[in-house]
Design a protein around this ligand. Sequence first.
Ligand SMILES: Nc1nc2c(ncn2[C@@H]2O[C@H](COP(=O)(O)OP(=O)(O)O)[C@@H](O)[C@H]2O)c(=O)[nH]1
Ligand SMILES: [Mg+2]
Length: 237
Amino acid sequence: MTGRRRDLARRITEAIERPSPPSGLESRPYVIGITGPPGVGKSTLVDQLIRGLREDGARPGVIVVDPSSPVTGGALLGDRIRMQAHAQDEDVFIRSVANRGHLGGLAQGVSQALDLLAEAGFSPLIVETVGVGQSEVEVAEIAEVVVVVLHPGWGDEVQAEKAGLLEIADVVFINKSDQGNAERVARDLAGLDVPVLAGSALTKDGLEELSTAISDHVKHPPARRRVRPGRPPGEQP
Ligand SMILES: Nc1nc2c(ncn2[C@@H]2O[C@H](COP(=O)(O)OP(=O)(O)O)[C@@H](O)[C@H]2O)c(=O)[nH]1
Ligand SMILES: [Mg+2]
């Protein structure tokens, strides 16, 4: 690791551990939020997104918020392995942060870490969070576009949990459609006001459509507003 990267890594750690008020960066590069249930393929998908962005000459910066294991207290090793292909690439910065089961201030720390990545010239920015509980809602606040990743077997979750996750979606991607029938979930979500796509991070099926949906959303944010936590639906900020 070069000294500059080491310094950036250290400052990100400080930001996560001791968040301070936002730096007030005038124009941060856009932030892509990737959320969904554990194991659905978010990290695999992020790895593919990084690949595509690199092909386009972009320098993506990625923060992965891991549910830390109560046993190890550390970030899941899997994410690092999943994105290891980029470990030697100086034009990609990937950082895992463990949420250690508490969420207070996490969004602020992540937001600050994103500012640091932006200052270091990384763009666009990607945040992966697990779509359970409140953390993803917090992080959705930071992201210009939130991709909710689901799988073909999705649907057995508690209704409230489902609703909470879908509320923050700008794009839904039904991953692992190589393993099951995504149609059923897609039909379930037909009433949603956002693009619902299906594909596979493993076979790369549907990934181009996903990239297009992401950039379409960033370029032309729909008039419809995502329901933000703490703000009644329909109310303008
Ligand atoms: N069959 C199949 N497996 C996948 C796909 N995407 C990811 N996986 C696998 O699902 C497992 C969990 O993936 P991961 O990206 O770590 O999920 P995350 O917890 O949501 O970040 C890994 O073994 C991946 O190889 C897919 O589209 N199809
Ligand atoms: Mg992951």
